[in-house]
Design a protein around this ligand. Structure first.
Ligand SMILES: [Zn+2]
Ligand SMILES: [Zn+2]
Length: 151
């Protein structure tokens, strides 16, 4: 598409005298023209209202994916630090750990709260992250292990 198509009305295709910079009403057909660009192609285009809604949707999906990636990174960091704690306590001779869920953990994770594992089982079987975690916002809960002090 060349410059001509960019300065014509996306509804009636008539050539506009000035390429609009923001929402404008077409002087020929009276429809509202919007100026938008897509996440996949960051060139501003004149679009119809339907296309504008479609593009808004694309941006929502784009931002959701970005956020998901960030959450996955955080979840991975939590996994690593949980594992480091287990190894360290194990080296210090701790025998058991207790699962501690957070106040904003999902229901399934809260069910794990207070569960006690032998530390070597926790290291081998990785009960955290909880397999049934259904945290809708982040996709993970911040459950941790606490060392159980040996009697
Ligand atoms: Zn028009
Ligand atoms: Zn959870």
């Amino acid at each position: 598409m060349g410059n001509d198509s960019q300065s014509s009305c996306p509804y009636c295709k008539k050539i506009l005298q000035k390429c609009p910079k923001r929402k404008t009403k077409c002087i020929f057909c009276g429809n509202f023209i919007y100026v938008r660009y897509r996440p996949s192609n960051q060139i501003k285009k004149l679009v119809t209202e339907d296309q504008k809604n479609e593009i808004e949707n694309e941006w929502n999906i784009y931002y959701n994916n970005q956020r998901k990636k960030e959450y996955e990174t955080i979840a991975e960091e939590i996994n690593v630090s949980r594992r480091e704690n287990l190894m360290q306590w194990n080296n210090f001779g701790v025998l058991k750990v207790e699962v501690s869920s957070a106040d904003n953990s999902c229901e399934n994770c809260k069910k794990q709260n207070g569960k006690i594992y032998l530390i070597r089982d926790a290291i081998r079987n990785n009960p955290l992250p909880c397999k049934d975690c259904n945290n809708e916002k982040y996709g993970y809960c911040r459950c941790t292990y606490l060392p159980v002090i040996n009697d």
